[in-house]
Design a protein around this ligand. Structure first.
Ligand SMILES: [Zn+2]
Length: 570
């Protein structure tokens, strides 16, 4: 038994996530966590909401709520949706927790002591009406290059020119609309990442078997142009973790908060503390401190490709720079994007299917299966209603559902609702067991390597093998000539249902639960020995025929869904 720490990139607080977000981090992380638990490993699986920064402030203002209240409500919404999607976090924390505040301030102190923080004076746009400094993208005005009237302070969306807010003609605040702006001097703390370039590169070179996507993004940031840049870790905002040196004030930094990119990954550690403080665990240090046992831990992070620089460089810079014995990530699994029906998912335009809407129309496991079998692993992937309908109808109804239904109904009609006793396995059954053994070992290899597309293809092949066996063995025909052999075929088939439930549970936990319940068994043990696993339900063991496991998606439904999710979210 090994110990595995798993984290999913933490979703931002300002709204319900779409399926592209879900499949780019939380869902594959959940698959891996469930698989490792099923194999008997000790797993700590953590996620949280990322709550600080200007977008949270603006979303709260739009909702007419104080930002702390808004975040608390949205955390609950996201936590409920995670539960309903079967995401099996050991704890779903919050980056605004007191634990994260203390830890972030402590990291800033120790980084300062290590000489890795410098103060920088810079000029930033201040809005008198808003009483605050404004990030560049919250300032709009006319583009000096093309005359576009809604150019942002950082870039013109019309001509693409990179801008400074001072370049804009007639700039105004997008928060209040006020034009009463001035450039003011302000001081910020910078993390001296540039001095850590070699250490980071050496560390990345020691990481074995990282996906090309992960390493290539990290190397690009390390070496392209002027190389890794120092990065500001503070902001002139109200909402966030106050800048302090540990529990002491930081002179000159009064009224400032840490920049969200700095405190958000520290929440991975703080979340383990929250897990203990919530009474769910008793020792977080053995997961996170190498001086307290975390050297034995394998730490895997899941994230979309846009988050890779923060996890390969910025967060490791914080950890390595501290000189303290914190656990560093062992494996980073990163993903490309899932697109929606010929375009992109869009939160702002409400394009695509969002987590709450998905559950309104279909069970979570149907989504889990399709998303995991199309996870954007080696390139971007595409959701279309046609492939979705076709794949789930085929894989789930025609293959898995059909197998379960036929074997249980046939048994009930000829032998009653218990595992029949007579007969012995012949060459066909032995061949099936050998084939399944090969396939299950391959499936384990793909799951261990977190090669999710290959794993789903193998699992599908394992289901298909059972269906083909049933088609070929045809116990309904055998029964007429040799009822004892038909009994053996059915006994094998019923045991295959339990085995399918074990293998499929990390993908479809609810469906697996229904199968275990119909097979009337609590035996969820992994098929290390396939022949033995296919005798887990002994002769005479009672079962019930499960209710229809899957309902096919009709053409009418598909068309209605496509139309409903094409445009703006209501
Ligand atoms: Zn322009």
């Amino acid at each position: 038994m090994a110990r595995h720490l798993i984290t999913s990139a933490i979703p931002y607080i300002n709204g319900i996530k779409h399926l592209g977000n879900l499949v780019g981090s939380q869902l594959p992380a959940d698959l891996y966590a469930r698989y490792l638990r099923a194999r008997g490993h000790e797993v700590l699986f953590l996620c949280a909401t990322d709550e600080h920064g200007t977008p949270a402030e603006l979303a709260a203002a739009k909702a007419g709520q104080p930002v702390a209240e808004y975040c608390a409500e949205m955390w609950q919404v996201q936590a409920d949706l995670s539960d309903r999607f079967g995401l099996s976090f050991d704890h779903f924390g919050r980056s605004s927790s007191p634990q994260n505040q203390t830890l972030t301030q402590a990291f800033a102190k120790v980084l300062d002591e290590q000489g890795l923080i410098r103060e920088v004076s810079e000029k930033q746009m201040y809005s008198h009406a808003d009483g605050r400094f404004l990030p560049d993208r919250y300032i709009e005005g006319t583009c000096p290059n093309c005359g576009f009237e809604e150019a942002r302070g950082d870039q013109c969306d019309n001509c693409g020119k990179l801008l400074d807010p001072v370049d804009l003609i007639d700039p105004h605040s997008t928060v209040s609309g006020s034009k009463d702006l001035e450039m003011r001097e302000t001081k910020h703390l910078y993390l001296r990442q540039s001095t850590m370039k070699d250490r980071l590169e050496e560390w990345i070179d020691t990481r074995k078997g990282w996906p090309v996507l992960t390493t290539s993004i990290a190397k690009k940031w390390l070496n392209d142009g002027d190389g890794l840049q120092d990065r500001g870790i503070t902001r002139d905002l109200d909402w966030g973790i106050p800048v302090q040196r540990g529990d002491a004030p930081w002179p000159g930094m009064e009224g400032k908060v840490f920049y969200v990119w700095f405190d958000a990954p520290i929440e991975y550690i703080a979340c383990a503390q929250e897990w203990v403080d919530a009474g769910k665990g008793d020792d977080w240090q053995r997961w996170w401190r190498t001086d307290a046992g975390a050297d034995d831990v394998t730490y895997t992070q899941f994230m979309g490709k846009d988050n890779v620089p923060f996890h390969t460089l910025s967060f490791p810079a914080t950890i390595l720079g501290s000189g303290e014995p914190w656990k560093l990530v062992d494996f980073i699994k990163s993903f490309n994007y899932l697109n929606y029906d010929g375009g992109q998912f869009s939160t702002s335009r409400g394009r695509g299917v969002f987590m709450d809407q998905a559950l309104d129309i279909l069970p979570a496991d149907v989504w889990r299966w399709w998303l995991l079998s199309h996870v954007p692993e080696t390139s971007d992937a595409e959701f279309t209603w046609e492939t979705f309908q076709q794949d789930v109808n085929k894989d789930l109804s025609d293959v898995l559902g059909n197998f379960v239904s036929r074997i249980t109904k046939f048994c009930r009609s000829k032998f009653g609702e218990q595992v029949p006793e007579a007969g012995t396995f012949g060459p066909d059954e032995e061949a099936l067991i050998a084939d399944l053994t090969t396939k299950i070992r391959a499936f384990e290899g793909h799951m261990d390597a977190i090669e999710i597309r290959k794993a789903t293809a193998e699992l599908r092949a394992i289901w298909v093998a059972g269906n083909e066996y049933l088609q070929h063995a045809a116990p309904w025909s055998t029964f007429k000539e040799d009822p004892d052999h038909a009994a053996a075929q059915v006994r094998l088939g019923l045991n295959l249902i339990r085995l399918y439930a074990v293998l499929s549970a990390p993908f479809m936990p609810t469906v697996a639960g229904k199968l275990f319940s119909a097979m009337n068994t609590l035996d969820t043990s992994w098929p290390d020995d396939v022949a033995e696993a296919l005798t887990a339900l002994p002769a005479g063991h009672e079962f019930t025929v499960p209710e229809n496991l899957f309902t096919k998606i009709s053409d009418e439904e598909r068309e209605a869904f496509a139309e409903r999710f094409a445009g703006r979210r209501d």
